[in-house]
Design a protein around this ligand. Structure first.
Ligand code: MG
Ligand code: MG
Length: 249
């Protein structure tokens, strides 16, 4: 069942989204060669707690950390640890926070120092693909309109669109109905209504779309070993259009 949020509930979700945005902003400011992914986790945790919220990923399905940190060929669900970031790496940081019973969810991919032009383009176009999807998050469209916009944009740019992991509804639970795939036909899926809140999150590979999971049971990597980028926003469908909740004003 797709749960519609009241104005009051969307106000709570604005606050959850704002705190996620602050945490990602704080992480983005400390990313540099030599920092460990565990240190990024600590920066996010501290920011979330300082604002009175709870790191929502900690313990979710048993996830052992506060944020997901995925480096280079890691697509999603990387576990922070002792790995040091190096010049030319890219790091995807996925962050969730819960406050007053409501969740926010957002992800960004950050270059570490100078990256190659093709990797810079992957990051830029993945962010663009997210915004193409958000433009379609309009009452009266179907979920597939978002999916189709993301897929056509990313594939036209020459990249692989991951299919195994998808966006989702979000509210009191981190993951609610409906699923929001990053591929598909515009006329498929549930009709979007004002009051729906969706996490839209393209995962885009420099090479092919094929991915596989790894021995730690969490980290997903590209099969061809090429880099992958991930951008995500929590978006409320308002009567006058999409409102991004995980963006700083
Ligand atoms: Mg996320
Ligand atoms: Mg998500």
């Amino acid at each position: 069942m797709i749960l519609l949020k009241s104005e009051r509930e969307i106000r709570c979700m604005r606050e959850a989204g704002r705190i996620v945005a602050l945490a990602l902003d704080a992480v983005g400011k400390v990313v540099e060669p030599g920092i460990t992914t565990q240190e990024l986790d600590e920066v996010a945790r501290r920011t979330i707690i300082e604002h009175g919220a709870r790191p929502a990923f900690k313990g979710l399905y048993g996830f052992p950390a506060n944020i997901c940190v995925s480096v280079n060929c890691e697509v999603v669900h990387g576990i922070p640890g002792s790995r040091k970031l190096a010049e030319g790496d890219i790091v995807s940081v996925d962050c969730g926070a819960e406050i007053d019973g409501f969740n926010g969810d957002s992800a960004i991919t950050i270059p570490v120092g100078n990256v190659s032009p093709e990797i810079a383009r992957l990051i830029e176009e993945t962010r663009n693909a997210l915004y193409k999807g958000i433009e379609q998050a309009v009452a009266g469209n179907k979920v597939g309109a978002i999916s189709h916009a993301v897929q056509t944009y990313a594939e036209k740019a020459g990249f692989g669109v991951v299919r195994e992991y998808v966006g989702h509804g979000i509210g009191r639970s981190m993951h609610e109905e409906p699923e929001v795939p990053n591929f598909g036909f515009a006329d498929r899926g549930p009709v979007l209504k004002a009051g729906m809140v969706l996490a839209i999150e393209p995962m885009i590979n420099l090479g092919t779309r094929a991915v596989k999971s790894t021995d730690d049971g969490w980290t997903v990597v590209t099969r061809d070993g090429k880099p992958s980028a991930h951008f995500e926003h929590t978006v409320a469908i308002m009567p006058d259009g999409p409102e991004i909740l995980t963006r700083l004003a």
